[in-house]
Design a protein around this ligand. Structure first.
Ligand code: 3PG
Length: 416
């Protein structure tokens, strides 16, 4: 018989193996705990330990214990053997590394900041189908950022009004019409009507302007319903679906990824509710980790913030984007989406901060243009043209009146 106690999960001499999933936590131990005690409890509870010392026949035990192997101030590194995890199951992985430990009495706060994913775990996931290649495989954006817009008000427009706004935006120069996160299948704007009418409008615009356009239709819903909606998008000739990945849950995202591949559809991930996990700096799961999970599960685009230039909390957008596009055992990269309070007056700074391999999404920053949606879309496209040509927005506005009007209205303000 062997005894398993909390101490067995702490070994500051341990060097993580190549095959370990290595997680970086930030921990504030409870008042009556040392950091060693708290860290060993985290490693124990997130792998195969519990509060009571266990007595197990050695022949019957596979050693799946995690090791708290480094403590530096409040930063704690825990290494998990890959055999602890079911291949290809994101829910199972999260039930370990972000499960019970988030609520243990042994810690006042605990935050999963970062993960180093070994090849053995990465290879169990599909990753994105398209990633940044949508810019030329599905659209005609070339080297510039892909441009998207979400009609505002975010809910409440009738199907006809929604399609009309979309058509004006496409004609003004955006590539993608996008639903908002809380527009799905409501009576005022039913899913299938909106899908059919928007894609018919897309076809008209493409014929007229000679550029490919598409529609990020929000299929978010109960999982089986969502899969039916994915099938409908393919039947109607769409090239993309949008999913609210946090509110749907990762198992549903994995199901959608599988179905989307059958139809060659790209997945646009909206991250509504992420802040419930990542906003408090000392607790929860960081946006960086949520983005990593999204890439493994196979979304093609994900919202990662605006580098502080929009209406959302400032966060490490450049660092997250870098991870999403870095080499990861051959997994396709993800195309990051900058969205939330953007308008033409901040596009130069945005591209400076994040580069041009992104989607720039503006809702209010297009539809709030004093001359309406069509002019707003033109202004956004002009701001991108200016930035790509290294011409200041002000100079470009001299002979681009839509941009001039947008700059007059918003300047370079970062909205709240
Ligand atoms: C989104 O889907 O990210 C938001 O609805 C963006 O809207 P905004 O551009 O008006 O801030």
């Amino acid at each position: 018989m062997t005894g398993i106690e909390y101490d067995d999960f702490l070994d500051l001499e341990y060097e993580p193996a190549e095959t370990d999933l290595v997680c970086a936590f930030r921990i504030d131990p409870a008042a009556d705990m040392t950091m060693d005690e708290a860290a060993s409890r985290v490693a124990s509870e997130s792998s195969n330990g519990t509060w009571a010392a266990l007595h197990v026949d050695e022949d019957e035990l596979t050693d799946l214990g995690a090791v708290a192997c480094e403590i530096d101030g409040d930063a704690v590194t825990v290494a998990y053997p890959d055999a602890l995890f079911e291949p290809g199951s994101m829910p199972q992985i999260l039930s370990c590394i972000a499960g019970n430990i988030m609520g243990m009495k042994a810690v006042d706060t605990i935050r999963l900041e970062d993960c180093h994913w070994p090849e053995s775990i990465v290879s169990g996931f599909p990753g994105p189908q398209f990633g940044p290649s949508v810019a030329h495989e599905k659209l005609d954006a070339g080297d510039r950022p892909v441009l998207a817009t979400v009609p505002k008000p975010k809910v409440g427009l009738s199907t006809d009004a929604h399609v009309r706004v979309g058509e004006e935006a496409w004609r003004g120069g955006v590539d993608l019409l996008k639903d908002d996160e809380n527009l799905t299948d409501q009576d005022f704007n039913p899913f299938e009507d909106r899908l059919a009418d928007s894609l018919a409008a897309r076809d008209r615009v493409e014929d007229d302007v000679g550029e490919r356009k598409d529609y990020l239709v929000n299929v978010t819903g109960e999982t089986n319903e969502m899969l039916e909606r994915v099938d409908l998008v393919a039947e109607h000739g769409g090239g993309f679906v949008m999913v609210d990945v946090i509110t749907c849950g990762w198992s549903a995202v994995q199901s959608v990824r599988d179905r989307a591949e059958k139809h060659d559809l790209a997945i646009h991930a909206h991250r509504a509710m992420h802040a419930a996990f990542d906003r408090l700096p000392h607790h929860g799961v960081s946006m960086r980790v949520l983005a990593q999970i999204s890439r493994l599960c196979g979304v093609d685009h994900i919202h990662t913030g605006t580098a502080g230039l929009g209406k959302l909390e400032n966060e490490d957008t450049p660092g997250i984007n870098e991870w999403l596009t870095a080499e990861l055992y051959g997994l396709e990269p993800v195309l990051p989406v900058a969205s939330g309070g953007l308008h033409p007056g901040v596009v130069d700074q945005l591209l400076e901060a994040l580069g041009t391999d992104i989607i720039v999404q503006a809702g209010g920053g297009i539809h709030g243009h004093p001359d309406g949606t069509h002019a707003g879309a033109k202004a956004l496209r002009q701001s991108v043209e200016a930035s790509m040509a290294d011409v200041s927005l002000e100079a470009y506005a001299d002979d681009h009146e839509e941009l001039a009007t947008a700059l007059e209205k918003w300047g370079a303000e970062t909205p709240r």
